[in-house]
Write a protein that binds this ligand. Structure first.
Ligand code: GLN
Length: 279
């Protein structure tokens, strides 16, 4: 028996309630994905019948969501900055928290300069691509250890027709020459290995290589700091995203590695989120 759009959404919302705080929204996004409509359509045509094949496809996606799979992995898209990005289970799902890192980077990048920038652990390419869109004269290299992530990021760059970015598989800055960069940005893995949050919500489905960084979550910074120091030009900037309780420790580490003018920044949710320094 076919159900209407309104009936589908109501049943789906009930089905998702036990596992999701945003059951109604999830139900709408997934139906929109199946029917290739936007959510406004449902307000206009609630009585329209959903035909069998679509209904079956919808049920399949609802099962996945009820099993905890993130919406972004089911639909393979996530909004970040002004961009719609492809994401897959090979990449972290870009977070709104990370937009502050992009904003702080842009504040330091004059619009008409041809800076060379590297984004370490570029994943789906979110940070690289957001900076590239806003600073067309800059060239940005995104480096990730995962070949699959590099492929997703490259697809995103092609989709956006951006020509001032390159994505490359690599081990942090090991392929980058000394004193060659105007800026290094990174949202590296920074979650502590035994963090209990790893068994809740979306992170259960995300690549652990993009999340976990040793017993205190600082392992990636230990690698990045000396390498960034080697590759940055005089007075050039390093910007790093970090966890909610890591800012003081990370500022200290930056100073120990010789970074100057170090300061911390909060994200739009009020959490300490980014550190900045220059060499
Ligand atoms: N902000 C992410 C989280 O809370 C972690 C991202 C990262 O490790 N870079 O799960």
């Amino acid at each position: 028996m076919s159900l209407t759009i309104a009936q589908n959404l109501q049943q789906a919302t009930e089905k998702l309630k036990p596992s999701s705080d945003s059951a109604r929204l999830d139900a709408e996004i997934l139906l929109a994905h199946v029917l290739k409509k936007d959510r406004i359509y449902f307000l206009t045509w609630p009585e329209e019948l959903v035909s069998q094949p679509y209904q079956a496809a919808y049920l399949e996606l609802l099962e996945r969501r009820a099993g905890g799979e993130p919406i972004a992995y089911i639909t393979e898209v996530q909004a970040f900055w002004s961009l719609q990005l492809k994401v897959t289970p090979d990449t972290l799902i870009p977070r709104p928290d990370t937009e502050i890192l992009v904003q702080e980077a842009l504040n330091l990048l004059h619009e008409d300069m041809n800076y060379t920038i590297v984004d370490l652990g570029s994943g789906s390419g979110a940070i690289t691509l957001a900076i590239a869109v806003e600073r067309p004269h800059c060239h940005i290299l995104g480096v990730d250890q995962s070949k699959q992530a590099v492929q997703v990021a490259t697809e995103n760059a092609n989709q956006l027709a951006l020509h001032n970015v390159t994505f490359q598989q690599g081990d942090w800055l090991s392929d980058v020459a000394d004193s060659s960069l105007d800026m290094v940005v990174s949202n590296p893995p920074y979650v502590a290995e035994n963090d209990p949050h790893m068994s809740e919500g979306d992170v259960r489905f995300e690549p652990t290589s993009a999340l976990l960084a040793g017993p205190e979550g600082l392992a990636a910074y230990e690698k990045i700091l000396p390498e960034a120091k080697r590759c940055l030009k005089q007075k050039a900037w390093l910007l790093l995203e970090h966890g909610y309780d890591q800012q003081n420790k990370l500022l200290e580490l930056m100073q120990q590695h010789g970074f100057k003018e170090t300061r911390g920044v909060r994200d739009y949710g009020g959490q300490t989120r980014v550190v900045i320094g220059r060499i």
